[in-house]
Design a protein around this ligand. Structure first.
Ligand code: UDP
Length: 241
């Protein structure tokens, strides 16, 4: 273990969207992709970093889509939150298969499936190097899992949120559509809000800004990317004041 890269981070939040788990399928869960991401988490866990995770539900259900199709919004949002529990369980299975101890902690009580959220208990899990996967978002409709990740990161005293995406940072315009899109190395919370840079939704950005919690946007498709950034390498954008 002596040649392991050193990290200055002791505790981090990894936020990934549900879509990150669906591979090229366009919907649902792709087990080899879940396993690949679990290995990325494993490599950071081996560095001794305490890891919180929040996984979205967009690969299964998003409340806004349901409400656009005529469903009542809050019901649709609860369905979205339940989708995140499925993703959390899939990630738990993949991590435990790699020998990592985990807890799925749900904001909506479902004792047979996951632990209820009790802040001090979750902190203890982290101290024991268990990966805590926070499921069911904030437990409230009209929020997103980006806000849930920011909320839990604050509650758990994480030093940063790592937002894994398809691209290696925040660009001034969509790099998938514009060849001349420019990546920021660093950008302020206020610029993200004013320029609507689409890092996370506005509530999440404001909550991170007001609590001085930096957000590191990086590519989850880059093998070793998560560990690399923790070791001080790689390409990413840091959002901070
Ligand atoms: N959701 C919610 N409250 C929360 C978190 C999530 O109502 O605190 C619902 C909401 O309907 C959302 C869905 O769960 O659309 C899935 O979460 P999200 O869209 O954030 O997933 P992602 O885009 O990250 O995959």
């Amino acid at each position: 273990m002596t040649d392991e890269p050193k990290t200055t981070y002791k505790r981090v939040m990894l936020k990934i969207s549900g879509e990150a788990l669906m591979g090229d399928q366009g919907f649902g869960l792709h087990p080899p992709t879940v396993e690949r991401i679990a290995r990325e988490v494993q490599s950071v866990h081996e560095m001794g970093v305490e890891i919180c995770m929040v996984i979205g539900g967009g690969n299964i259900f998003r409340g806004l889509q349901g409400s656009a199709q005529g469903m009542e919004r809050t019901t649709a949002d609860y369905m979205g939150m339940l989708a995140t529990v499925m993703n959390a369980l899939a990630m738990q299975g993949a991590l435990e298969a790699l020998g990592i101890h985990t807890r799925v902690i749900s904001a909506i009580t479902m004792n047979e499936v996951a632990e209820p959220y009790i802040r001090r208990r979750a902190v203890r899990h982290l101290e024991k190097k268990r990966v805590c996967i926070f499921a069911a978002g904030t437990g409230n409709p009209y929020f997103t899992t980006d806000t849930a990740a920011t909320l839990r990161a604050n509650e758990m005293s994480c030093e940063a949120i790592f937002k894994g995406t398809k691209v290696d940072g925040v660009y001034d315009k969509d790099p998938a559509k514009f060849d001349d899109a420019v990546r920021y190395d660093e950008v302020s919370f206020d610029d993200v809000l004013q320029k609507r840079l689409g890092v996370m939704d506005a509530s999440a950005i404001a909550l991170a800004r007001d609590n001085d919690l930096p957000i590191i946007v990086f590519s989850l498709d880059e093998p070793g990317g998560f560990k690399g950034i923790l070791a001080g390498e790689g390409t990413y954008t840091i959002v901070k004041d």
